[in-house]
Design a protein around this ligand. Structure first.
Ligand SMILES: [Fe+2]
Ligand SMILES: [Fe+2]
Length: 292
């Protein structure tokens, strides 16, 4: 088994999940172990200044690994905000999600592009996390505008450890290595140059910083960027985010957030050397979209 395991490799850089660094973690068919991932000391030192506890993990497994993305599951198994009230595509959406994930293998990876749960805190989100954990594949989760349960990476990892959740990882000021690719991203933000407030500018600047940290972690690898907010929508362009992706050579960008009627204005396909995809669950029939 382990001879084929070396055909594919994911390096996972976590910069602030200290608990992961304390002991080996075991996934089916794969071994994870901590190592200091930044090859240049100065780069490592710089990252450590931003996020103490820089660590990385290898994830090794057999052939056939696929990378998927989906966003906006809007789970509500504990709270009373089921998307069923909207009807249409959302009718029976929990079963649709379960069916949609059924094609994934246990070691496939699915990036969840935000708006995972309606829960307002971690304890209220437990049922949603257990549901996601029960689905096939390993999930990399980034923050959406409705993820009020979001906390620090350390607190999230402690929560996962306490709850026995071991297929969910957080994308936040870090990146994950997938063969020659790096999985990068952040929530993003809508920012209109004409109507944006000072507060919007502040939030955008923070998101730009997080995205650049993630892209810098990727080093020389090809970069795929995952966002919650679309950097392009109809005639709108968040030029700062697009420019940052271009600067770091991002080839693909997946995003969520756009639902229902609004999807008619989504920007998809190639624009200035970046391939865009909207992967909000109701726009992809609740089935993770295969990327690689
Ligand atoms: Fe959203
Ligand atoms: Fe959403």
């Amino acid at each position: 088994m382990f001879s084929s395991v070396k055909q594919l490799r994911i390096d996972l850089i976590t910069l602030n999940v200290l608990s992961l660094a304390r002991r080996p973690l075991f996934f089916p068919n794969c071994l994870l172990f901590s190592y200091i991932s930044c090859r240049k000391f100065s780069f490592f030192f710089a990252l450590n200044k931003i996020l103490p506890g820089g660590r990385g993990l290898f994830i090794e497994r057999g052939p056939g690994l696929l990378l998927y993305a989906i966003g906006d599951l809007h789970l509500s198994l504990e709270t009373n905000k089921s998307m069923e009230v909207f009807g249409g595509a959302w009718d029976g959406y929990i079963d649709k999600i379960r069916n949609g994930f059924s094609g994934l293998g246990p070691n496939d990876i699915c990036v969840i592009c935000g708006d995972l749960s309606w829960a307002m805190d971690l304890d209220s989100a437990a049922k949603d996390f257990h549901f996601l954990d029960s689905l096939p594949g390993r999930k990399i989760v980034l923050k959406g505008n409705h993820d009020y349960w979001w906390s620090t990476a350390t607190k999230l990892q402690s929560f996962f450890d306490r709850e026995g959740i071991n297929t969910i990882h957080i994308l936040h000021n870090n990146c994950y290595f997938y063969n020659e690719y790096a999985i990068c991203g952040t929530r993003g933000w809508f920012f209109d140059q004409d109507t944006g407030t000072d507060q919007d500018r502040k939030i955008l600047n923070r998101e730009l910083h997080r995205l650049e940290t993630s892209l810098q972690c990727a080093g020389d690898r090809k970069k795929i960027c995952f966002l919650h907010y679309p950097p392009r929508y109809h005639v709108y362009v968040c030029q700062e985010i697009v420019s940052l992706m271009s600067k770091y050579g991002v080839t693909d960008c997946c995003y969520g957030h756009i639902h229902g009627f609004a999807k008619r204005f989504v920007v998809e396909g190639n624009v200035e050397q970046i391939h865009y995809r909207n992967v909000a669950a109701d726009n992809v029939n609740f089935k993770p979209v295969p990327l690689l």
